[in-house]
Design a binder for this molecule. Sequence first.
Ligand code: MG
Length: 168
Amino acid sequence: MRISFDLDDTLICYHAGAKHEPSRVRWWLRPWVYEPLRLGAADLLRELVKDHEIWVYTTSYRDPRTVSWWLWCYGTRVGRVINQDHHERAFGRRGPSKSPGRFGIHLHVDDSWGVWAENRFDRNVCVVLPDDPDWADKVRAAVACVGRNAPPPLPPDVPEEYRSRGWA
Ligand SMILES: [Mg+2]
């Protein structure tokens, strides 16, 4: 299965009280690779990469090579990093902000309900919020669902706005 992760507020959290993995970036890489990895991500990614292809899909313009080095320091080899440049080259500036299905991604992990809503017919987005301490287990549960061709579970906190439209 191909699984992609968002960066901002999913793997990289800067909000007050955010918990991070201890840095495993080699000192000589630190001038370029310095962002903190969210606590729980190192084990989760190392576990998933044994059976799955791990990609990153971000609306930021971070350099794909730097992102790959960063996760490599935590033991995960990333298949591909799609940043905003790649996304725009593929789809232009209009349309959904992320289209995981069109990159052959089976499950995309993101903090954004907007991304979930854009892809609701593909049912391939797992939303985990930045302050959720159980986020990694929710991703594991979503991977298990998609692995048996079921949609990822809907977390209980779907915004009312989406419920009232009958989307969830
Ligand atoms: Mg995000």
